[in-house]
Design a protein around this ligand. Structure first.
Ligand code: 5GP
Length: 189
């Protein structure tokens, strides 16, 4: 397909959005995950071209100047993240729709760029306390990092109203089922 659709999943860190996105892919929904570019260093097992395209801040900036991004943002101080045009075109050329797991502001910006071709979905954790618990259980963040993510999460919760659809991830199985239904309806519609 020369131009498919875009399914945007955004949520505060720790809301379970990656689990839901991976579930859709496993269920055989014809979507492929958009790999973002970012300027932070890889963590743990992360690989270039799999989790992110890891760029130096200079390389990232050169791509901004060359207008290679559909959207980009300084998500955390000094750390840039963005969606490359080439990534979306690569996935469409592969006959798939593109699925995004991105920051709330990035999600809103992408939806504005593709008002009819994009479905934007906000995954909401039941509460900030539940978010905190999930982030602590995940145990990948330092204390300072955890607080930074929680501050950002509280602000992001207020953006839910700007999305086409809000799914509350209280019960993961129910949230997955709802996401599957809505996304397949949108793709087939
Ligand atoms: P992390 O460092 O934990 O991998 O990701 C940090 C944040 O960057 C997450 O909230 C994630 O959704 C966001 N993010 C990842 N890729 C993109 C992107 O392409 N654009 C924007 N705007 N945010 C992104």
């Amino acid at each position: 397909m020369s131009q498919g659709k875009l399914i945007i999943f955004s949520a505060p860190s720790g809301s379970g959005k990656s689990t839901i996105v991976n579930y859709l892919i496993k269920q055989g929904v014809p979507v492929e995950f958009s790999i973002s570019a970012c300027s932070r260093a890889p963590r743990g097992e992360e690989k270039h071209g799999e989790h992110y395209y890891f760029l130096s801040p200079e390389e990232f900036k050169a791509k901004v100047d060359a207008d290679e991004f559909l959207e980009w943002e300084e998500v955390y101080e000094g750390s840039y993240y963005g969606t490359l045009r080439s990534e979306v075109n690569r996935i469409w050329a592969n006959g798939k729709h593109v699925i995004f797991d991105i920051d709330v502001v990035g999600g809103i910006n992408l939806k504005k760029k593709f008002p009819n071709k994009a479905l934007s979905v906000f995954i909401k954790a039941p509460s900030v306390d539940a978010l905190k618990e999930r982030l602590i259980t995940r145990n990948t963040e330092s204390e300072a990092n955890l607080n930074m993510r929680l501050d950002k999460a509280e602000k992001e919760m207020t953006y839910a109203k700007d999305f086409d659809l809000v799914i509350i991830n209280d019960d993961l199985k129910m949230a997955q089922k709802e996401a599957y239904q809505k996304v397949t309806d949108f793709i087939n519609g």
